[in-house]
Write a protein that binds this ligand. Structure first.
Ligand SMILES: *[C@@H]1O[C@H](CO)[C@@H](O)[C@H](O)[C@H]1NC(C)=O
Length: 262
């Protein structure tokens, strides 16, 4: 009898474990990672976006200059705001573009640092899951790409968010593009989890500096302009949690936009 009870108890324990795992996944809280910093806790990082061009469009020239500056500045890591591979992301995990646009381009020793990366709208036009695959990390251990995640240091916390699913037009008017929405549907649930997780993580953060990183613009004076969906859904979260800086790509130019609201 004792054995049978033990057996049943084990079954109950296993069931609880499985349920907990399922609940945990559907809640979708951001995973946290610790980047390397300088001994005093400070960080120096590069931000790049909209870049994977197989060396063309001056990508190779810029990569060379990045190497020179990265060495002078002794950077700790690189942030990519997405659109990592043009024009349509990676075809699959074996797409040579990973080498042609990344590994074989950023060859300077000073760029041999972690590349913390999110996806842009162009990445979603290919196999979006391929960029998240551990296979790529095994091929080039600098590569780090997730849809949303947090980088934790004592001084600064960086919140990387997946902004492509936020913009309505990719769903309502995709033109002739096919987007890889695996892991994103149902969209309403994905977005409400994402925004809630962002809000909670920001609220709990005790870091001196809170920085949010995404692909799409919130405000922009360039061709894409403001992204209404982000103005409506993301900006209020950033403001109520006193975020210091939002970093994005998408518009191919340099802008610094500040606000007098704070
Ligand atoms: C490369 O940079 C040069 C010099 O800034 C510029 O004139 C040229 O248009 C660029 N080429 C491309 C393909 O963007």
């Amino acid at each position: 009898m004792a054995n049978k009870n033990d057996h049943q108890l084990m079954k109950v324990t296993l069931t609880i474990l499985v349920v907990m795992l399922v609940v945990d996944v559907s809640k979708g809280e951001f995973q946290r990672f610790q980047p390397s910093t300088k001994a005093d806790g400070s960080i120096t990082a590069f931000v790049i976006g909209d870049w994977g061009r197989k060396g063309e469009y001056n990508q190779s020239l810029l990569a060379h200059q990045m190497g020179i500056t990265a060495e002078k500045k002794n950077i700790d890591f690189i942030i990519s705001t997405g659109d990592n591979f043009y024009p349509g992301g990676l075809r699959d995990e074996n797409d040579e573009a990973f080498y042609q646009s990344f590994s074989d381009i950023y060859t300077s020793p000073a760029l041999n640092k972690m590349w913390y990366t999110v996806l842009g709208n162009h990445d979603y036009r290919g196999d979006a899951m391929a960029q998240l695959s551990p296979t790529l990390k095994a091929r080039d251990n600098r590569w780090f790409c997730l849809k949303s995640f947090i980088l934790n240091t004592d001084i600064v916390e960086l919140f990387f968010i997946d902004t492509t699913p936020m913009q309505d037009k990719y769903f309502t008017d995709p033109e002739d593009q096919i987007y890889d929405w695996r892991g994103v549907l149902p969209r309403d649930k994905y977005l409400s989890n994402l925004l809630q997780d962002l809000d909670e993580a920001l609220r709990e953060s005790r870091a001196t500096w809170k920085i949010v990183v995404g692909h799409h613009t919130i405000k922009s004076a360039s061709i894409h302009g403001n992204t209404q969906e982000l103005e409506q859904k993301v900006l209020p979260i950033l403001e109520s949690n006193k975020v210091d800086l939002y970093i994005n790509g998408h518009d191919h130019c340099m802008q610094q936009i500040s606000s007098s609201n704070r």
